[in-house]
Design a protein around this ligand. Sequence first.
Ligand code: FMN
Length: 167
Amino acid sequence: MKPPTPINSEKTFADDEIIVSKTDTKGYITYGNDLFVKLAGYREDELLGAPHSIIRHPDMPAAVFKLLWDTVSQGEEIFAFVKNLSRDGGFYWVFANVTASYDVNDKIIGYHSVRRKPTKEQIDAVNGIYKKLLEIEKKDGLDASVAFLLNLLNSKGVSYEQFILSI
Ligand SMILES: Cc1cc2nc3c(=O)[nH]c(=O)nc-3n(C[C@H](O)[C@H](O)[C@H](O)COP(=O)(O)O)c2cc1C
C-alpha cells in the first residue's frame, strides 16, 4: 500500500479518550480499539496484521522509534510523544505509553500502547526537538541523531523518561 501524502490537517480527540493498540513482538498490529481505527482511517481488517509503521508520519525522527524498541524489547516501559499519519494524509499527536505483554513464563509475547491527548504546549516543545533530530538524521544519519538526543539529556542531567515527563 502506498503511504499517504501528508497534508496539514490535524485530527484531535477528547481529553478523556484513550487510543489503544497491540502488536506482536515484531510490531505487527494485533489489536486496535475503535478510536485507534477511526483516527488511522483504515478499516480494522486492513490494520490487523499490518506493520505499526502503517501510521508512521515522515516528521517523526527514527531516533524516537529506535529508543522505543530498544526500551520495550528489554521489558521496560517508555513514554513518547508521537505524530501519526492518517490514511487521508492528516495527522494526530499522541502521548504514548508503550509496554511489553508477557506470557505465564514471563516471556515477551507482544507490546501494547495506550495513548492520551497531549497538550498544545507539549506538542510545541516536542516539535522543535523532533525537527532538529530529523534534520540531523537526513544529514548525518540515525546514530548522529541518537547521539544528539543523548547529549541533550546529558546537558540537562536527566534521563529520557524524566525529560519526557517534564515536558
Ligand atoms: C505497541 C507499539 C505501538 C506503536 N505505535 C506506533 C505509532 O502509533 N506510530 C508509529 O509511527 N509507530 C509506532 N510504533 C513503532 C513502529 O513499530 C515503527 O518502529 C515505527 O513506525 C517506525 O517504522 P520504521 O522503522 O519502519 O520507519 C509502535 C510500536 C509498538 C511496539
